[in-house]
Design a binder for this molecule. Structure first.
Ligand SMILES: [Zn+2]
Ligand SMILES: [Zn+2]
Length: 214
């Protein structure tokens, strides 16, 4: 004797009514053609959205292949610089050149577009292209010092000399000697440069998330 289970009521995925699936459609998830039509429409909209996202990504990829290596290098440099600036600010550090603290700079300097702080290079990018992607060549500098104004520089010192003296005092002479070189000329492939940018963008995101939860 065949035992037939009593028919079970199902809940429609769309209208949430209870319905009895007809014998030929035991796996039906909707109560009838009206709700089936609604699901079909939602699926079509979803597919269309996915297609647009895909198209946009493909266009972006096509364009990015056309970008010269220098474009990616500039982006990677910017990402490292931004991370170093935020990292040093988070550590509570002040300006590596004039030595002013964050409170002092906030208290005296007028607001400047882009904020009061920069990730400043110890050795300039132009002079040391091989250090272009070296995070330890970048330290916190107030906008005045990074702009080279020397307004707050120690008496008798240039902005760069103060940078060096403070960097030695804080990080040690060894680092400064190492930065001054010599360094091997580095040639980064575009993919490498892109992955460096991604690494630092992620570090920045992580740092900001940590601060938001602090
Ligand atoms: Zn329904
Ligand atoms: Zn300064």
């Amino acid at each position: 004797m065949i035992q037939t289970k009593p028919p079970k009521l199902k809940v429609c995925k769309v209208c949430e009514c209870n319905f009895l699936a007809p014998p030929g459609l035991l796996r039906a998830k909707v109560c009838g053609p009206v709700c089936a039509g609604k699901i079909g429409r939602a699926q079509r909209i979803k597919a269309e959205k996915a297609r647009l996202v895909r198209e946009k990504r493909e266009t972006r990829e096509k364009l990015s292949i056309l970008k010269p290596r220098g474009y990616w290098l500039a982006r990677a440099k910017k990402a490292i610089q931004q991370f170093r600036r935020l990292e040093e600010l988070a550590k509570g550090r002040g300006c590596m050149s004039c030595g002013r603290s964050q409170e002092e700079v906030t208290g005296t300097d007028s607001w400047k577009p882009g904020g009061l702080w920069d990730g400043g290079h110890f050795l300039s990018k132009g002079a040391r292209p091989e250090l272009a992607l070296e995070p330890l060549n970048i330290w916190l500098q107030c906008k005045s010092c990074n702009g080279g104004s020397g307004k707050y520089a120690r008496k008798g010192y240039t902005v760069n000399q103060s940078f060096e003296a403070n960097l030695i005092a804080q990080e040690g002479a060894e680092l400064v000697e190492w930065l001054k070189g010599p360094h091997e000329a580095k040639h980064y492939e575009t993919d490498e440069i892109k992955s460096i940018e991604a690494t630092y963008t992620a570090k920045t995101k992580e740092l900001k998330a940590r601060q938001a939860h602090a």
